[in-house]
Design a protein around this ligand. Sequence first.
Ligand SMILES: Nc1ncnc2c1ncn2[C@@H]1O[C@H](C[S@+](CC[C@H]([NH3+])C(=O)[O-])CC(=O)[O-])[C@@H](O)[C@H]1O
Ligand SMILES: O=C(O)C(=O)Cc1ccccc1
Length: 243
Amino acid sequence: MNSSQDNLFAKPYKQVSDFQFDDKVAGVFNDMIRRSVPGYGQIINTIGDLAQQYAAPNTKIYDLGCSLGAATLSIRRRVEGRNCQIVAIDNSESMIERCNENLAAYVSETPVELVCGDIRDIKIENASLVVLNFTMQFLAPSDRENLLKNIYQGLVPGGLLVLSEKLYFKEDKIQSTLDDLHLDFKRANGYSELEISQKRSSLENVMKPDTLAEHEARIRAQGFEQFSVWFQCFNFASMVAIK
Ligand SMILES: Nc1ncnc2c1ncn2[C@@H]1O[C@H](C[S@+](CC[C@H]([NH3+])C(=O)[O-])CC(=O)[O-])[C@@H](O)[C@H]1O
Ligand SMILES: O=C(O)C(=O)Cc1ccccc1
């Protein structure tokens, strides 16, 4: 997978523009997400383990907001021989182009339908697994419930949703403590104070994290039978919900 070093926010900008998944970001994304999201590698591997457990024969698996295809690749290796189809969707053309190259680098009998489109517009059907790995946080808060409704109605009984998100905490000391731990994680991964603060401004209007309680309530309200956090490091978590 392409791995140029992320130095997009290294030089000072007079005005930092809103974060976009454009060609520049796509070109460094693998490095950016690994140095920015604690536990990302483990989450990707575990999505493969969950696919092995949940991918049912003759069903579809959706990777919504697939970026460079890391989750799709992890899933595809673990579901061979089940006549599953993976649908991987992203609305960034640059991501989709690179994702296509990444998928083509490995042989597989499991077809991947790669779609350049908006995850709010597609119909989910006959799904045994739906993955939203750090994607829902980029939707307008008002669009999140509809997306979950669409996912719930498209899952087969017993199907699994994996939802990974950056979290916000209502309790101010918890919020600042976990946020500080995340900043230390970024520093330890070589990001400067300038890179950290400029990226933060760039994300401010674009990424709106919910609290864990908001996620759980919204998921349960759709009818999901069971819900749990299976991973958390600082203010990043991954949840599972079973229909
Ligand atoms: N409405 C939308 N429709 C389609 N795609 C969208 C939309 N909004 C944002 N995206 C896409 O969602 C992805 C979010 S990154 C996912 C990482 C990946 N899941 C991974 O496991 O590596 C997470 C992050 O950058 O923190 C980007 O590629 C956007 O183009
Ligand atoms: O970098 C951050 O501060 C984040 O919150 C995570 C992230 C990772 C990659 C793209 C956008 C946000």
